[in-house]
Design a protein around this ligand. Sequence first.
Ligand code: ADE
Length: 238
Amino acid sequence: MALRFDILTLFPELFETFGQTSIVGRAQKNGLVDIATTNFRDFAKDKYNSVDDAPYGGGVGMVLMCEPIFDAIRHVRSEGPKGKVILMTPQGEPMNQGLLDEFKSEERLILLAGHYEGFDERIRESIVDREVSLGDFVLSGGEIAAMALVDGITRLLPGALGKDESTHEESHQAGLLEYPHYTRPRVFEGMDVPEVLLNGHHAKIEAWRQEQAIERTKQRRPDLYEAWLKIHKECHID
Ligand code: ADE
């Protein structure tokens, strides 16, 4: 059965080409995923179609109200599996490969993307299951973070990638950044492809790539390197 994504947003049009393009588009065509958008403005209660209001206690900015969001979630849940509600917010747990791996086994994910403003805390407290952040920066809305989540999960589903797009190498190198890649020409503006890649000695190539991946991770992401080292040491002790 297709993994169903419901995206609750004030800007469903942002997802139109996203859902039809590249790997996500193909996965949707092939029935691996099913992406639907719901505009929670359709669940506004007043004649102005308001979805937000001024904060209690005063202050600048507006706050997304409980009612339209609860009603929109209840509406999408009126058919199909209940699904987890994921709130896209810089306050959430950081999105990483482990989180995507965990979510890929769900039947349904309901992604809640706000824009410009905060959410009434009662949304967090009672209807949201998880909060996810794309990183330590503030976007003007959760839509791009929702797209990142959908894309990152979709490409992990069996059959989503063609053989040339395989995740084999990535999972093989789990926890490390990728080694450097080269393609033709062999010399470009005086820059050579490393000799080791040209001699067809697969074990040597493999060893070089592993070494490069380790070195690159150590230099660029010491945090990932330390985590990798720890797991690697444990594996070798067993
Ligand atoms: N909405 C605004 N900024 C965000 C972020 N960094 N991650 C997820 N959702 C967001």
